[in-house]
Design a protein around this ligand. Structure first.
Ligand SMILES: [Zn+2]
Length: 295
């Protein structure tokens, strides 16, 4: 269940940093997920009840603070992957958080337990709630990790280049679905976008049809085939040895920087894609920031 309340209606009141729903004398007992900027007044409040029985509220606030931080020189390309959550052109590989694996195991057990209960019974309801709670925990844990990671990446680098992935289309492939939704790619890129804007960094997205994996980052040769199972390869032209993901991220960085300098389009030779090639990140609505709170 989701209810969106606008400040123009009398559905909620904001007083001294507390949220009062209409007709309630007491403020909502909120456990804040982060501090709100001072003197801000929310324009919208979204109240949600998730299947685990947990209420959460999100506030949309106008925040005109300047969060820009000192520029740095570092630039990186990021390859979003499955074996590693992401690989940077520095050669760093970042794995999915370990606790997710444990939670997935719990999830499987809770699912099995639910399937053994009689539908509609008390025990069935209990098991269903338990399953929903684990789902909620996985979601929180993923989001928390993604936030930490994107903040770190943005603070350490002036320019970040990523591939513009159509995650939704890829998730239709059920084999990859769990790995991809676990990786939280869509959310990761979304956070990089708005945090780049907040902190005065640059995020460049390149066309997802750019052959980042199949191109040798040393000599530019493009190999015809490179099945997903091949994690390391040698370039037939220049004999350079490549880690698949590091090579891709180096190509992604180079492609992004080419765009940044001359506005070139990055597209594989012979591509019939009519979608725009690489593009510089458009500034999102800069004075709107979201803050989430869990009650
Ligand atoms: Zn080569």
């Amino acid at each position: 269940m989701v209810v969106v309340l606008s400040s123009h209606s009398s559905a909620f009141k904001w007083k001294d940093g507390q949220v009062y729903l209409a007709k309630c004398v007491e403020p909502l007992p909120i456990r804040w997920s982060r501090q709100l900027p001072q003197n801000c007044v929310p324009t919208t409040i979204t109240v949600k009840l998730d299947p685990s029985g947990r209420w959460s509220i999100s506030l949309r606030v106008s925040d005109t603070r300047n969060l820009k931080i000192k520029p740095v020189l570092k630039q990186i390309g990021i390859d979003l992957g499955i074996t590693s959550l992401l690989t940077t052109s520095d050669g760093e590989k970042i794995a999915n958080p370990k606790n997710l694996q444990k939670l997935h195991k719990k999830l499987r057990l809770a699912g099995k337990s639910l399937s053994r209960k009689t539908k509609g019974s008390n025990n069935y309801q209990k098991a269903r709630l338990k399953l929903a709670r684990i789902h909620a925990k996985i979601k929180d844990s993923r989001l928390d990790y993604t936030h930490k990671l994107t903040t770190q990446l943005i603070k350490e680098n002036q320019t970040i280049v990523v591939e513009d992935l159509a995650v939704k289309n890829m998730v239709k492939n059920h084999k990859l679905a769990r790995a991809i939704s676990d990786a939280n790619w869509g959310e990761l890129v979304r956070q990089l976008e708005y945090k780049a804007e907040w902190y005065g960094r640059e995020l460049i997205k390149i066309d997802r049809y750019f052959p980042s994996s199949k191109r040798c980052s040393n000599c530019g040769h493009i190999v015809e085939k490179l099945p997903l199972s091949i994690r390391e390869w040698d370039c037939p032209e220049c004999a350079a040895h490549h880690d698949r993901d590091i090579n891709a991220s180096i190509n992604i960085l180079a492609a992004g920087l080419a765009v940044s300098v001359c506005g070139a389009t990055v597209r594989p030779e012979g591509s019939k894609s009519r979608k725009a090639g690489a593009m510089k990140q458009k500034a999102p609505n800069s004075d709107v920031k979201e803050s989430r709170a869990v009650s």
